[in-house]
Design a protein around this ligand. Structure first.
Ligand SMILES: NC(=O)c1ccc[n+]([C@@H]2O[C@H](COP(=O)([O-])OP(=O)(O)OC[C@H]3O[C@@H](n4cnc5c(N)ncnc54)[C@H](O)[C@@H]3O)[C@@H](O)[C@H]2O)c1
Length: 314
């Protein structure tokens, strides 16, 4: 894809982090964008950041849509067709995601299933629902956001991440299988699977909010579940006062965002450059590159203590 100018892109999870940076950079490059999210205020923030491009005639539309819901996605597709006056799109970024459901054994099933249904279901349904519009384009490209957890299923030997990893492995496997399928049956539509390392976004803060609400209003049971999780990493957390738990949780989310080796803006640049160069496999960040190499060289040791720890546990 030589230029994004004049193309139509769909970006899920465009209200924050990597999705927001993708929308901004696509808009700056003259690409029309339809973004969706579950947070309308966050989407409004993204649209505001694109004002200069909008003033130049770039069309940016925002749509409330839960990517785990096929009917929401069907509505989203109808709105895109109507508001962009087109039967096709050129770019589909299946980016929306959330962390949680860490332990298959200890966490509740509702949370586990919701994480899986957003991180995997959102990508699967996004491809299903928007495929007719991609097929109708002269040139289409799908970008599925997986993770380092798409090839390494934890955040360290003692930091379980089961729902998210299962979903991200599914995204990677499906994308690679779809690549072969598209080459055979629809070669004008191509695909990239993206595996970011630790990127400085609000994903930890957004995910904590989703499962625990605001740190200030967490109840005794929620505070205990946080203490229990930290204790499972070997921390001496059982006796931590409520206010300390709240403060550490806030600080953990901020540290995840502020002390990452790669910013959301840089991640979006790497992804868009990979798309333009036709890379089907895009690793984002030196940490992702190093981990990919380590897992390939020492697959049997990948889940041993001391193998690697990427970023703080979220
Ligand atoms: N930040 C990282 O370190 C990192 C690493 C690897 C992969 N990723 C992946 O990158 C993608 C973007 O994450 P981010 O770090 O920018 O997080 P983020 O929390 O900053 O942004 C994610 C956006 O998705 C939205 N969202 C969540 N559930 C949704 C749903 N059901 N329907 C529609 N929108 C929904 C959120 O509201 C949010 O605006 C995710 O798929 C994530 O798993 C992130």
């Amino acid at each position: 894809m030589e230029s994004f100018a004049g193309q139509i892109a769909v970006v899920t999870g465009g209200g924050s982090g990597i999705g927001r940076a993708l929308v901004q950079q696509l808009a700056a490059a003259g690409c029309h964008v339809a973004l969706c999210d579950i947070s309308e205020p966050d989407m409004a923030g993204t649209v505001e950041l694109c004002q200069a491009a909008i003033d130049r005639g770039v069309r940016i539309t925002a749509h409330r849509c839960d990517v785990a819901s096929e009917s929401d996605l069907n509505n989203f597709r109808e709105q895109v067709a109507q508001q962009h006056g087109a039967a096709h799109i050129n770019l589909l970024f299946n980016n929306a995601g959330v962390s949680g459901g860490q332990s298959f054994l200890r966490d509740n099933r509702e949370q586990w299933d919701r994480v899986f249904n957003i991180c995997w279901g959102g990508v699967y349904l996004g491809c299903r629902v928007f495929m007719p519009m991609l097929l109708a384009s002269e040139r289409g490209h799908i970008i599925n956001i997986s993770s380092i957890n798409g090839f390494w299923a934890c955040m360290g030997a003692n930091v379980e991440h089961t729902a998210y990893s299962a979903a991200k492995f599914a995204v990677k496997g499906f994308s690679e299988a779809l690549l072969v399928d598209l080459r055979k049956h629809a070669p004008h539509v191509t695909i990239s699977v993206v595996m970011p390392g630790h990127i400085g976004t609000d994903i930890a803060i957004n995910s904590h909010k989703l499962w625990l609400g605001d740190a200030d209003t967490m109840n005794a049971q929620q505070l205990d579940s946080v203490r229990e999780r930290w204790s499972s990493f070997g921390a001496d957390a059982a006796q931590l006062p409520d206010d300390t738990v709240r403060e550490l949780l806030r600080k953990g989310g901020e540290d995840f965002r502020d002390n990452a080796p790669t910013s959301a803006e840089r991640a979006a640049q790497i992804i868009l450059a990979g798309v333009q160069q036709g890379q089907w496999r895009i690793l984002v960040g030196n940490d992702a590159q190093a981990l990919d190499q380590a897992v390939r060289e020492h697959p049997e040791r990948a889940y041993d203590a001391g193998f690697m720890q990427i970023g703080p546990a979220v």
